[in-house]
Design a protein around this ligand. Structure first.
Ligand code: FAD
Ligand code: UDP
Length: 388
């Protein structure tokens, strides 16, 4: 029987980057992944029509962290892609209109007309300065009646209904860092992200992972749920019935690791509705947010993002958000960050801390709203620490 130096649960960015680093340092690493594929939520594949789709929702890589960019560039070339998003809303005259999100100076002119748009743009620029990003909650505090009326407009047309759909509650009730991800931007830059490096892995995320996991010291077991082989009921971690002393890096939901003994950690889950249409192009931008009406939050058309050329077919995905119940086949996607839930998380983290060789890493295991680059950075740091 092969013996392993490290066990990693989950083959998303957290697990795969850690595994690669440990493998390169000479450790024999076993990854257990309960899905039938690696790449975690970044997994992409060709669908029946031959369109490259993201199975778990649209993933755009963006970072200001050069170390992460350089690291991932070892495993993939990149397609230059600057993601742009528009809000699609009723125009009040029986039709629909679109303008950039984050709401910017172009959105302002489109929504309110060139004259009123220019007047309010001047007021905003005088109050905050050019190229500034102002959160919607901050903008709503501004006492200037013009700015406050504009803030109400943006709140109503961009934030409140979308946030109600996504989180089941208003922007005031969720963690302020969440809406701050999409500020009002006093700029004509229509990109969704301003990070120094942004793009898509040229051959897709799954190929990136394939290259990252291709190392003689890494073994990946798919369709393998760690809960079937790990035992954390005693004072040492048992793997397949034997004490395991090496590092165990767990990247799944931490409540599940402890049989949800304090109750489930609350998450939002998503239902993805994929549709293939016999046209070259379906919509104006990679992602279109339905910020006022429709039951789904957004529609993404993958070909915009991947640059794939495939005449006569395109695939889109509509995202419907709802409360996660832990039911069969449901995936926890978004941690619901608030004081009560963070306190519940802390109780589970304390259970994990009883095992000095158990490390919680990743968007699920740390119960945080991390982008892919942040997870890769945390994985590099953890792997570094484990080698000291
Ligand atoms: P995951 O990718 O979730 O990987 C965890 C893995 O652990 C999963 O494969 C899971 O099956 C496995 N696992 C869990 N429990 C067990 C178990 N008991 N046994 C075995 N395996 C187990 N980030 C960006 O930077 N840009 C984006 O555009 C972007 N878009 C997103 C869109 C959506 C809809 C969502 C939900 C997230 C998005 N993200 C984006 C965030 C990104 O998905 C995460 O940062 C990233 O997936 C985190 O990687 P991870 O390894 O922590 O988690
Ligand atoms: N948001 C919104 N309207 C939009 C876009 C975002 O109200 O058109 C809010 C919403 O609460 C959302 C949050 O901003 O959950 C963060 O948006 P982001 O696009 O970063 O979410 P993600 O891509 O992670 O789902």
């Amino acid at each position: 029987m092969i013996s392993y130096d490290a066990l990693i649960i989950g083959a998303g960015f957290a697990g795969a980057v850690t595994a690669r680093q440990l493998a390169e340092a000479g450790r024999r690493v076993l990854i257990l992944e309960r899905r039938s594929h690696f790449a975690g939520n970044a997994y992409d594949r060709l669908d029946e029509a031959g369109v490259l789709i993201h199975q778990y929702g649209p993933h755009i890589f963006h970072t200001n962290d050069k170390q992460v960019y350089d690291y991932l560039s070892r495993f993939t070339p990149w397609l230059d892609y600057a993601h742009e998003v528009v809000a699609n809303i009723p125009d009040g005259q029986g039709g629909r209109m679109e303008y950039p999100v984050p709401f910017n100076l172009i959105s302002l002119e489109t929504a309110l007309g060139p004259e009123e748009g220019a007047r309010l743009a001047n007021a905003l620029l005088a109050a905050y300065g050019p190229e500034r990003k102002v959160t919607i909650l901050e903008l709503r505090q501004n006492p200037d009646p013009d700015i406050s009326a504009l803030a109400d407009y943006v709140y109503e047309h961009v934030f409140v209904h979308y946030t109600m759909k996504q989180w089941g509650t208003t922007p005031e009730q969720i963690d302020p860092n969440t809406t701050a991800r999409v500020p009002v931007f006093l700029s004509r830059d229509c990109r969704y992200f301003q990070d120094a490096w942004q793009g898509m892995p040229l051959h897709g995320y799954t190929k990136l992972f394939e290259a990252m996991l291709d190392h003689p010291n890494i073994e990946v077991r798919l369709n393998a749920d760690a809960r079937d082989v790990l035992d954390l009921t005693g004072d040492r971690i048992l793997f397949e019935g034997e004490p395991f002393e090496g590092p165990v890096v767990y990247t799944g939901a931490v409540d599940e690791l402890f049989s949800c003994q304090y109750g489930r950690l609350p998450y939002r889950t998503l239902d993805f509705q994929f549709e293939t249409h016999p046209v070259d192009v379906w919509q104006s931008h990679g992602t279109v947010n339905y910020t006022v009406d429709e039951p789904y939050t957004r529609i993404t058309e993958f070909k915009h993002m991947t640059g794939q050329v495939l005449p006569g077919a395109t695939t889109i995905v509509k995202e419907y958000s709802r409360a996660y119940t832990g039911g069969e086949g449901e995936t926890p996607y978004y941690a619901i960050l608030n004081e009560e839930n963070n306190a519940l998380y802390a109780r589970y983290a304390a259970l994990a801390a009883r095992f000095p060789n158990l490390h919680l890493l990743g968007r699920l295991a740390e119960y945080k709203y991390y982008n892919m680059d942040a997870i890769a950075a945390r994985a590099l740091a953890l792997a570094d620490g484990l080698q000291k």
